[in-house]
Design a protein. Structure first.
Length: 674
């Protein structure tokens, strides 16, 4: 191992990492290299491999680290106790499961197995989802999982995520208990059980705890900011004897509270381990100083954090740019134009990324990329028009436009409680024979009793459609405000995000001339498949990604879009405890994905309210001298004085760039269209 390959900050961790240590590893600071060199150093010092515990969050990270350890040590040594929390838990429980009432040959349940058991639990509780609305097994699974990982109650989870279901908290709690019993009866554990049962084992069996606490002389944990309460407690138990626990993470990149990650684990590490050493990796090897200045400036506004300042190893390049646009369509046109310009300058498509707070922010951009035949790869979900809830809403619009659309009728009716395939076929046949569709209530009299609830729910949605203003956007919003919203909450834990998608579809619909044209265009968007464009190939695609999915990745060019007030930070975060600070960390993660070029953009016209909006508060928090504001004088804001004449605001070329490149339109060309 050549320690000289590391910088001074990294060397300090490698050479002096005994005792409890917190390594605050800033974005792009080489934390993986530091951890692996620390392990290689311990092996060189004669520490036996089985006495080192290395915990990661993904199998991929574990494999990468082990390959680096082998390369750094030069001895090709393997660590028998390296892997994810779940992998380590399984190995231990395989031997000691009988102490918890399981057999050693217990089964690991995958997500599908868990759903099957939950379906049985619903039957035991007497709940038939074909006869009444109730949370789906998948939603129940997410509620139970969050409660266990956050060490809280079902009622608390419902209060946080599904307040409409607080009145059935006792029913869901009974289902969770039945689910627990059935797993034990089946000698099976799900992924949450692996963690919970290991922790219980260490608490209930002092001899087992002592065995592993004695064995693990050195413990290293990666991505510590993403641990939940149980995971941190497991590490505390393992470290009870030798106290050589080195955790690596960055509280400024803690963005997974929705998965029950607890930022307090890293913030309170020195409380858990009094006298702990603290190391800071602040040299960034990814981004230019100009980009890091923005990141440092914004994250400084968080009060709950370990202070650190990223410093770049690169030379100054160009200031990040902030662009305001009339609406998201103009924002999309600008970004697509910039992508093509960068491609002409030699930057490959797959070296560029567009990041956004929520999936619905990408809709206008996706359409613009399709129009210009720019290939893209969507991360963190599926393309906008391929999402099931978007297809559902379009199906409702299709039956309004064409009563003979059997496929659309089948889709909307099969969503309803108690309507099976045979009943649906009968209903469709009757509808197609009807001359008028304003009144379909008579169909219900011929349906079996179990189908009545579903049919009445459909009729309620149908009446809402008929009562709307019959515009495309009006029809879409009628669906979103009908019983379909209840269906989404029953079926999906992320129902709020899906409703936002539908609202974005309604905004898109406001530009439509008529319903038939809108549906035709949506259908063509849905079937779009990007292949080659502008000299690209199937492997070279622009990345579109939610910021959560982008963590740990990097690109030459990064566009962060939708940075408007109310969209980012998400308005809901302002009502949640510590929600704003997590949103700011999310923005910090987005900014630090960029290596050379960073563009931050926002539309002035708010999609959901059709009213003028302003920039995100995060944009306002950036020092004016750190970014280039394009489209208006840097000294001037169109929000300073409502009486100002917008036409007086003129584009001022920045001396760093010269004339504005093609396709940079800013707000000026379209502001009159508002």
């Amino acid at each position: 191992m050549n320690i000289q390959e590391l910088n001074e900050e990294q060397q300090q961790v490698v050479l002096h990492g005994d005792g409890p240590c917190l390594v605050l590893a800033g974005a792009g600071s080489g934390k993986t290299r530091t951890i692996t060199y620390r392990v290689a150093y311990l092996l060189e010092q004669g520490i036996e491999p089985e006495r080192i515990l290395l915990v990661t969050f993904t199998n991929k990270a574990s494999k990468e680290m082990m390959e680096r350890v082998a390369a750094a040590s030069g001895a090709g040594m393997k660590l028998p106790w390296a892997g994810t929390f779940h992998h380590i838990s399984y190995r231990i429980l395989k031997k000691y499961a009988p102490l918890l009432g399981y057999k050693s040959n217990f089964t690991i349940l995958d997500s599908g197995d868990s759903l099957d058991i939950l379906k049985l639990c619903l039957k035991v509780e007497g709940i038939n989802r074909n006869e009444r609305r109730f949370p789906s097994p998948k939603v129940l699974q997410s509620i139970i999982s969050y409660a266990r990982n956050a060490e809280t109650t079902i009622a608390d989870v419902l209060d946080l995520k599904h307040p409409n279901w607080l009145d059935i908290a006792d029913v869901i709690t009974r289902i969770a208990e039945e689910y627990r019993k059935r797993k034990i009866d089946a000698n099976a554990m799900d992924f949450d059980d692996l963690l919970v049962n290991l922790y219980l084992l260490l608490l209930k069996e002092p001899s087992v705890k002592q065995t592993f606490a004695n064995q693990f002389l050195y413990i290293l944990v990666d991505e510590y900011q993403d641990t939940n309460k149980i995971q941190a407690s497991i590490i505390n138990q393992f470290a009870a004897v030798h106290h050589n626990v080195l955790v690596v993470g960055d509280d400024a990149q803690s963005i997974y509270s929705f998965r029950a990650a607890d930022i307090q684990n890293i913030l309170d590490f020195d409380v858990q381990y009094p006298g702990a050493n603290m190391f800071r990796l602040e040299t960034n090897y990814r981004s230019t100083p100009n980009i890091l200045d923005v990141a440092n400036d914004v994250i400084a506004n968080n009060t709950r954090q370990h202070q650190k300042t990223l410093r770049s190893s690169k030379e100054s390049f160009m200031r990040p740019e902030v662009h305001a646009f009339a609406d998201d369509r103009e924002e999309a046109e600008f970004i697509a134009g910039q992508i093509l310009q960068f491609r002409e300058e030699g930057i490959q498509f797959d070296h560029m990324a567009v990041l956004f707070r929520a999936a619905f922010h990408s809709q206008a951009l996706e359409m613009e990329l399709m129009k210009r035949d720019i290939p893209y790869d969507y991360r963190g979900g599926v393309r906008f028009f391929e999402r099931s809830h978007i297809k559902n809403v379009l199906a409702y619009l299709r039956i309004v436009a064409n009563k003979d659309d059997v496929v659309a009728w089948s889709r909307v009716l099969n969503m309803q409680v108690g309507l099976g395939p045979v009943t649906v076929e009968k209903i469709i046949r009757t509808i197609r024979q009807s001359e008028e569709l304003e009144n379909l209530s008579h169909i219900g009299s011929s349906l079996p009793a179990r189908a009545q609830i579903g049919w009445m729910d459909f009729l309620a949605i149908w009446q809402d459609l008929l009562a709307s203003d019959q515009t495309v956007s009006g029809l879409i919003r009628a669906v979103a405000e009908s019983k379909y919203a209840e269906y989404l909450e029953n079926e999906h834990s992320d129902y709020r995000e899906r409703l936002q998608d539908i609202e974005q579809l309604a905004v898109f619909g406001e530009r439509a001339t008529d319903l038939s044209t809108f549906l035709a265009e949506a259908s063509m968007q849905e079937s779009y498949q990007a292949t080659t464009a502008q000299g690209g190939n199937e492997e070279e695609k622009v990345v579109l990604s939610t910021i959560h999915q982008a963590k740990g990745l990097e690109w030459e060019v990064v566009f962060v879009i939708g940075l408007a007030a109310g969209k980012f930070p998400h308005e809901r975060s302002l009502r949640e405890t510590n929600g704003l600070e997590e949103e700011r960390r999310l923005f910090y993660v987005a900014v630090t994905r960029a290596k050379k070029y960073l563009y931050m953009t926002y539309p002035l016209l708010a999609s959901f309210t059709s009213s003028l909006s302003g920039p995100s508060m995060f944009i306002e928090e950036i020092g004016r001298d750190l970014v280039h504001h394009e489209g208006f004088h840097e000294e001037t804001s169109i929000f300073d004085d409502p009486s100002d004449d917008v036409d007086d605001i003129t584009y001022v070329p920045d001396p760093d760039y010269g004339e504005a490149p093609p396709k940079r339109r800013g707000i000026l060309k379209s502001i009159d269209e508002l």
